[in-house]
Design a protein around this ligand. Structure first.
Ligand code: ADP
Length: 591
């Protein structure tokens, strides 16, 4: 028997047990059988190792060889990532498709980054410079939007002994050499990193800047911080896809990573088809020029879902390390959890709640914990952030589901998509009473310094009005609308205006699809002013019906269509509001 070969003893779906793998280590990558199926060691008991195999294991049987690699499951990081579509173990689906057609042949191999393609390298350092991990030695203009910095790999520091001239190189060419204490080391344009280990950074920063999305219900009510985490459940038809697209297009992140984590075959193809068609509103060019897609094809076993989640987050950290703001979306993490459940069952582990493994929560948080706003390694002390938004799809939309609960314990924002709101065509269907953001407090200073104290005050008041509306609705159901006092009926009117004129936002309408914070504030202020004037008018004896019928309310409801470059229009409406109420009051006083 050769040095690095073990032997299969048992096959159970994606789980293969093998014996005698020399020096087997947890999370080591191995190749199973002569088909070279890709797998990862996930349990070691004595001489036996359990391997989670990321490809169909049919035809593999006892006695087949298992080749160890001595390497943990790793990804390749370098030019060529942007715009790529990978599977969970970073095989380039677009390249494989050209080679093999729609179905990937088992054991097929193609490097994640092309070895032939030449990139135009521009040096940023000189011979004799001292460098540390994370310092850029040069860059490649990967796409119009993205400069891909070639960083000194983690763990390396010393003096630059050689730096390549500006010119065209492949990812394997040596672009720098560093004299270190341990001898000379070569730097190529790509590096490898084990997916289960978070890439280090210099310092973690508090999450006190919002990831601005231009989506009013998010920015104003349930903001996510840069480097923050959010969870969104997605009942079918609730607008989950539209939200993900909106966030990808509009959030102020430089790089988007989308992980399609083993949805049913068709759903995944939707993403694969739709994403490449999206345009980037910043550049007018394809959004793929700053996007990486990771998709599990329907013929890959469930185990690959786990790999895709960690592959994606590692790529996110890599671009974070260059100083970019990255937004990562994973859809759906419930499918990943189901894969954990299946593997755990096959390993005959003691099941936790609903058959999920006891480590479900810790594994989920080991993913979300890699989000954050940080100062990256390197002398540049760049600040950057990796934000993570995970979709969950609990069976029957039941939020008491263990995966949802485990997720909610780690993430800090919950956007509760509501099927009934979607049915009533209220989009985005983020429910204002059931959603929350635990960043609201830490972001308050940012909003106050940019938009004044008013922002937080109006936000608080609006939430209060919406909560009050829910109580009043309950009363109306019991005793009828006529039993409400005029001031309570006013609250109902204002609440409706908040919902319809502010929270509802049409992703498909040019003027409405994105709203700047400044415009959001002006819109809120119109509704707020209306409320203040109306309360006063009621006190002075104006009838509620007259208030409700004021023509200026049409202006309020249309204010979402005011173009961003014409915000003075809000001054006019505010003036009209004031005058309308003055007229009503003087009518009462004179009449
Ligand atoms: P899901 O992915 O949850 O099944 P989609 O995101 O495809 O649902 O949304 C279903 C439909 O709802 C869309 O085709 C669209 O017509 C409508 N919709 C969802 N969100 C919005 C929005 N923000 N603005 C306008 N229409 C929306």
């Amino acid at each position: 028997m050769k040095e690095n070969i073990g032997k299969v003893v048992k096959v159970s779906g994606p789980l293969v047990v093998a014996e005698d793998i020399p020096n087997a280590k947890m999370y080591e990558m191995v190749y199973v059988s002569d088909k070279k199926l890709f797998g990862e060691i996930i349990e070691i008991k004595g001489n036996n190792a359990s391997i989670q195999v990321y490809e169909d294991t049919s035809g593999v049987g006892p006695g087949d060889p298992v080749y160890s690699t001595g390497m943990p499951l790793s990804v390749e990081l370098g030019p060529g990532l942007i715009g790529s579509i990978y599977d969970g173990v970073q095989r380039p689906l677009d390249v494989l498709k050209e080679k093999y057609g729609d179905f990937i042949v088992r054991g097929s191999y193609e490097p994640a980054l092309s070895r032939k393609k030449k990139w135009h390298f521009v040096p940023l350092t000189k011979k004799g410079s001292n460098v540390v991990s994370g310092d850029p030695v040069g860059y490649v203009q990967e796409t119009v939007a993205i400069k891909h910095y070639i960083l000194i790999p983690i763990g390396l520091e010393g003096e630059i002994d050689f730096i390549a001239d500006e010119g065209d190189y492949t990812v394997e060419d040596i672009v720098a050499k560093v004299k270190t204490n341990g001898g000379e080391r070569e730097v190529r344009m790509y590096q490898k990193w084990p997916v289960r280990i978070g890439r280090p950074y210099a310092k973690r920063l508090p999450p006190n800047e919002p990831l601005i999305t231009g989506q009013r219900v998010i920015d104003a009510f349930f903001p996510i911080a840069k480097g923050g985490t959010a969870c969104v459940p997605g009942p079918f038809g609730s607008g989950k896809t539209v939200i993900q697209h909106q966030l990808s297009k509009w959030s102020d992140a430089d790089i988007i990573i989308f992980i399609g984590c083993g949805e049913r075959g068709n759903e995944m193809t939707d993403v694969l088809m739709e994403f490449p068609e999206l345009t980037d509103p910043r550049t007018g060019r394809p959004l793929m020029e700053r996007t990486i897609l990771i998709a599990n094809t329907s013929n890959m076993p469930v185990a690959a879902r786990e790999a895709s989640v960690f592959t994606g987050i590692t790529m996110g950290e890599y671009f974070r390390d260059m100083g970019y703001t990255v937004a990562l979306m994973a859809d759906s993490t419930s499918r990943w959890a189901e894969a954990m459940r299946e593997m755990s069952g096959r390993l005959e582990e003691m099941p936790g709640e609903e058959g999920y493994p006891a480590y479900l929560a810790s594994r989920i948080s080991s993913f979300y914990e890699r989000a954050g706003r940080v100062i990256v390694l390197g002398n540049g002390k760049k600040e950057s952030a990796l934000s993570v938004i995970g979709a969950v799809s609990p069976p029957g939309g039941d939020l008491s589901d263990p995966v949802v609960q485990a997720t909610l314990r780690t993430v800090r924002v919950f956007w509760s998509l509501d099927a009934q709101l979607a049915y009533a065509r209220h989009f985005p269907s983020i429910h204002w009473l059931r959603s929350y953001s635990l960043y609201a407090d830490s972001l308050k200073d940012f909003y106050t310094s940019r938009l004044g104290k008013e922002w937080a005050e109006m936000r608080k008041e609006f939430m209060k009005i919406l909560r009050r509306e829910a109580e009043l609705q309950e009363m109306v159901r019991l005793v009828g609308i006529d039993a409400l006092s005029p001031s309570d009926r006013l609250i109902m009117e204002v609440a409706r205006s908040i919902r319809e004129d502010f929270l509802q936002q049409n992703a498909f309408m040019e003027e409405d699809t994105y709203t700047s914070l400044e415009k959001q504030k002006r819109m809120m202020r119109l509704i707020h002013l209306f409320y203040v004037y109306a309360q006063d008018a009621l006190k002075r004896g104006v009838s509620l019906d007259k208030i409700v019928d004021l023509p200026v309310r049409v202006d309020i409801s249309r204010s979402k269509l005011i173009p961003e470059d014409n915000l003075e229009k809000f001054d006019e409406i505010e003036k009209k509001l004031k005058e309308s109420f003055e007229a009503l009051v003087s009518e009462v006083q004179n009449g």
